[in-house]
Write a protein that binds this ligand. Structure first.
Ligand code: HEC
Length: 105
């Protein structure tokens, strides 16, 4: 997150694109990392909340918010609009928090 923010700020396009691509790839993998049946979070030491599996639709929706803002940051970087990219970067950061508040113990 730091690398992305700093590289948007310094308008280092390559570095910023690299950093945001990480988030795009990550957001595509995230839902698959929490398959049904993996919710024994007490025994496996994970901080994933059991609510993920009771409310998977909401989990996926929050993940899509995350993915959408990451894609917006990417297209704005492509266009060289660093102000807009920075605004959406902060939106993306809020989307991390929104999901953690709901789904991380
Ligand atoms: C759709 C939900 C969701 C989104 C969006 C999300 N996270 Fe998470 N994150 C989780 C869950 C659930 C855990 C707990 C996983 C576990 O402990 O098994 C977690 C754990 C983490 C951890 C702790 C990892 C560890 O090894 O203990 C970090 C750091 C983290 N997230 C960073 C981020 C950042 C940064 C973003 C946004 C760029 C983000 N997350 C977006 C759901 C999400």
């Amino acid at each position: 997150m730091r690398v992305l923010r700093d590289s948007i700020k310094s308008q280092d396009k390559n570095e910023a694109l690299h950093a945001v691509d990480f988030h795009i790839v990550w957001s595509r993998k995230l839902p698959a990392m929490f398959p049904q049946g993996s919710e024994a979070s007490i025994s496996n030491g994970s901080d994933a909340s059991g609510d993920i599996w009771e409310n998977f639709e909401r989990f996926e929706r929050l993940n899509l918010d995350y993915q959408k803002t990451a894609l917006m940051v990417r297209s704005e970087l492509d266009q060289g609009d660093y102000d807009a990219a920075m605004r959406n970067f902060f939106k993306m950061a809020r989307s991390c928090k929104a999901c953690h508040e709901n789904f991380r113990n």
